[in-house]
Design a protein. Structure first.
Ligand code: GSH
Length: 96
């Protein structure tokens, strides 16, 4: 519960400062959920950097940050793991 609260708080802060903060999205080609997440972030005016897990170094980086990762996208705001598309959508809706 604590982790969730921290994530929501971070996300709310991110919303306030959306114009000068950048998210990181671990993604891969031909990924409908990644495309949906990108569209959602663009719609809400968030900047993001895409890291493609087809690169083994990027995949290792993701698994270090979030060993449970089984799917992409995986989205981070600084040290906070937001989650995939579904979690991103939920947090954006909660913090409206
Ligand atoms: N619930 C996840 C679903 C993500 C998902 O299923 N992503 C697909 C790609 S679009 C995936 O990574 N599947 C496993 C794989 O390709 O190895 C979310 O909302 O992000």
């Amino acid at each position: 519960m604590k982790a969730k609260t921290q994530r929501v708080t971070s996300f709310a802060l991110m919303k306030v400062a959306r114009f000068n903060m950048t998210l990181v999205m671990y993604s891969k080609d031909s990924c409908p959920f990644c495309e949906r997440a990108k569209a959602l972030l663009t719609e809400h005016n968030y900047q993001y950097v895409v890291k493609n897990v087809v690169n083994p170094e990027i995949k290792t980086e993701l698994l270090k940050r979030f060993p449970e990762a089984k799917t992409v996208p995986q989205i981070f705001f600084e040290d906070s793991h937001i989650g995939g598309y579904t979690e991103l959508k939920n947090y954006l809706e909660q913090s409206l």
